[in-house]
Write a protein that binds this ligand. Sequence first.
Ligand code: SF4
Length: 383
Amino acid sequence: MIKLGLNNEAGIYIHIPFCKQACNYCNFHFSTSLSYRERMVTCLIKELEIQKDFLKGKLIRSIYFGGGTPSVLNKEEVALILATIYQFYTIKLDVEITLEANPDDIDNDVLSAWYNGGVNRLSVGIQSIHDEELIWMNRAHSHIESVKTMEAIQSSLFSNYSLDLIFGSSLSSESRWMEGLQWVIAQNPNHISCYNLTVEPGTALFHQVKSGKSTSPDMGLSEKLFKTTHEFLTDHGYDHYEISSYGKPGFESVHNTGYWFNIPYLGIGPGAHSYKNGNRYWNITNNASYMTDIQKGEVPLTKEVLGIHDQFNEALMLGFRTKWGVAKTSVESFESKGIRYDKKSLKSWIEEGYIIDGKTHFILSMKGTLIADKISASLFAEE
Ligand code: SF4
């Protein structure tokens, strides 16, 4: 059962903008220069204090250390950030506290420090169990490090962990992918994320493809692997609750479901996004500018007030990503506020089996999920 929370609940996201090296496909905000890490942590702590009223009156249901690579922080820094959150915010007793970690940063000592500091969920970037593929991705770890990491996690007090895999690299094949899935479920995680590799502008992979040094993902193969993954993981008791996310019952990510269900959140750190009352905010992505402004006591953020059309379009995009779909009452409520969309298009998606016309929700079928963004775009509100 999904933990949706009450109206007065919210999440906190902490962006750690550092990585040891740049993975070839990644377009997140990070720096590979860790020399000013301590100053950055001081700024994150200061921003948490400056922003303490952003979620005034809200109970914090989830805290998420993302990045970048949060596991490059030392254990004292993680503890300090968490202590600051507990000092300035009201935290639910059963709060989910997730830390994203890479296999090369995990050992028994750090696991016990994270656990004792309050972290109760790990999200581990395994990505592949094949060293050639890890090298192709320019990951900082090898498969043997993933094996050792899992041994350490399984002998620690952590029982709630998610493992990430990526499919669609130039070295992907059906047999390789199945070996990866089998290895992952043998680790008995409560949650698995399977991401479809895409070539994003500005990434090393983008330039490799452009110069012919690498090939674009084979869309036919990716589609096949997506379906295989769905069948394999659902057969093994995982619920496919979001395009890339699979969880054992009751282990959907509390933090991520907050994004899909419009629960407010505060993002701390360079490039971090926040959301509250239909307004979006995002911090400047430049690390140096972020730290300079925060040290002056100012948060360098941009605010965007979402109009009714944007709110409708976002409700479609987010809803269609999930197994819960888009509530018919929500569509009707937007219509009563003057929103118009292409109803003929909706009808034909339903007739062709891409959208399931449920009792209370419009939900994408498996073939609809493969083109979720296209379907949402075809139904966007007409201005
Ligand atoms: S470790 Fe994560 S955030 Fe850093 S470059 Fe790789 S994929 Fe991107």
